[in-house]
Design a protein around this ligand. Structure first.
Ligand SMILES: [Zn+2]
Length: 469
């Protein structure tokens, strides 16, 4: 019997052929070099088909992770983690990366009525439900959509349709033109269905702020060939006029950032090559960013170096005031398989909620008000006009006391309180509010400085209140 075992001391992956006829077959394992970290496994069979014969390997084009009836349980799970906003992807016919743009509930997951019932129950319980919609792709396999595709796809100067590839090698997609009235209308009607019929109060438009803008030369679309950004702007205006929903899109762009509630950044992609989300956060402090975070182990969705900086990514999102995006792909990418990091992220969410509930968002000032901090300590500030300041702190040596030199400018500090990450893992316990060791007024290059000394857990925030001016 042919078998293969890839193993460590505690885990393993076992592949074998249980064919009792011992037909020739193969099991393979391969790596692709540093440019594509990871490892691939596959099996080979030789069905030797004659003309007209068929062979079926069984279902392999995607699996069902959750059904609509799982929604109440998933919402409870999210609530326990301190979260209240679910994003449903793969909810539509043919599922994620396949069924674009057939945005109707997949009957394999349950009925539309069932979906609506669960979504509305979550909303009644204080939760929010967003639906994934791809903002531009049409799967080329759909013959019934041929005329829709031919009418509304992006076409180049010579009349060729723009095609892109994602997911499996056998998938290709036409890029639909947001400058065409027909596609914009279709997208809008999808939102209307999900809001009015299903009860959603949030949308996620994949690729909208992320993918490169193509030129389209279709004269009957009635737009300039370089009008891509205008098309999405019109669509978002239309959605905002009609629906009171909290929407998100992938990517970050100042062209549309003021038309959307949250923009999804992916700091992990660029962490090792100079990611600098602070720049956008500082330039547009009124716009909210969401950052993707990953568990420190047992996720196969991203390369291993993403998991190796799991905690750093969570800390950075907290420091600069980003919302958190987490997956729950069960056997692929979920914090449920990483109890230590789950415990950590739950404490971070509690601390962040404490900050928001007590004081609100504030305006991000990066480190422009920090004159100096102990080595291994990063601090950022958020201002609330001239009345209050929040300083977020991350210490790489949480056992040691640290010092931050903060510039209060002409303001007089009335009080300074430290809120740190809960040090034990009791469910629902608020982060402790402990006193700062000392706040000492000094001067630095002629400027007044408040030197704050404290000892705290890895993450903390300091609330500073000023005397009325
Ligand atoms: Zn066009």
């Amino acid at each position: 019997m042919m078998w293969l075992d890839y193993y460590s001391d505690s885990h393993g992956l076992y592949l074998a052929s249980y064919d009792e006829q011992f037909h020739v077959a193969g099991l393979h394992c391969e790596t692709f070099g540093p440019a594509e970290p990871g490892i691939g496994f596959y099996a080979i069979r030789y069905p030797f088909l004659e003309n007209e014969e068929t062979w079926n390997s069984g279902r392999y084009d995607g699996t069902i992770v959750h059904k609509f009836r799982d929604l109440p349980r998933l919402y409870e799970q999210a609530k326990q983690m301190g979260l209240n906003h679910l994003l449903l992807s793969g909810w539509h016919v043919d599922g994620f990366d396949h069924g674009f743009p057939i945005y109707r509930p997949d009957p394999e997951l349950g009925t539309a009525e069932e979906l609506a019932e669960h979504v509305q129950a979550i909303r009644r319980n204080g939760g929010h439900v967003a639906f994934y919609i791809n903002s531009k792709l049409l799967n080329m396999k759909y013959e019934e959509l041929t005329s829709f595709r031919d009418d509304y796809a992006v076409h180049n100067r010579t009349g060729l349709m723009k095609i892109e590839r994602y997911g499996d090698d056998n998938l290709s997609f036409a890029v639909l033109c947001n400058g065409s009235e027909g596609w914009r209308h279709y997208l809008f009607e999808t939102v209307r269905f999900l809001v009015d019929k299903i009860g959603a109060d949030s949308m996620y438009f994949d690729q909208l702020g992320m993918s490169p803008p193509p030129f389209c030369f279709r004269a009957d679309h009635n737009h300039r060939h370089d009008g891509w950004n205008i098309g999405y702007g019109q669509f978002l205006d239309q959605v905002n006029e009609r629906f009171a929903i909290g929407s998100m899109y992938e990517g970050v762009t100042d062209i549309h950032g003021n038309k959307i509630c949250e923009q999804l950044i992916s700091t992990f992609f660029y962490h090792h090559s100079g990611a600098f989300p602070e720049l956008y956060r500082y330039t547009f402090p009124d716009q909210r960013l969401i950052d993707m975070i990953y568990p420190s182990k047992k996720q196969a969705m991203r390369p291993v170096h993403v998991s190796q900086v799991s905690r750093d990514m969570i800390d950075r999102a907290f420091l600069i005031g980003c919302y958190l995006w987490m997956y729950d792909l069960e056997n692929d990418n979920t914090f449920q398989s990483d109890p230590d990091m789950l415990n950590y992220v739950m404490k971070v969410v509690r601390l962040r909620k404490q900050w928001l509930e007590l004081y609100g968002q504030g305006t991000f000032l990066d480190d422009t008000e920090i004159a100096h901090s102990t080595s291994g300590v990063t601090a950022k500030t958020f201002c609330f006009e001239n009345r209050e300041t929040i300083i977020t702190v991350c210490s790489r040596n949480p056992e040691s006391a640290w010092t931050i030199d903060f510039k209060p400018k002409e303001r007089t500090v009335k009080s300074a309180d430290l809120y740190e990450l809960a040090t034990d893992s009791h469910e629902g316990e608020p982060a402790s509010n402990c006193k700062i060791l000392s706040v000492t007024p000094l001067t630095h290059e002629g400027e007044p400085i408040m030197q704050i000394t404290a000892a705290s857990a890895r993450l903390a925030f300091i609330h500073i209140l000023y005397d009325e001016m």
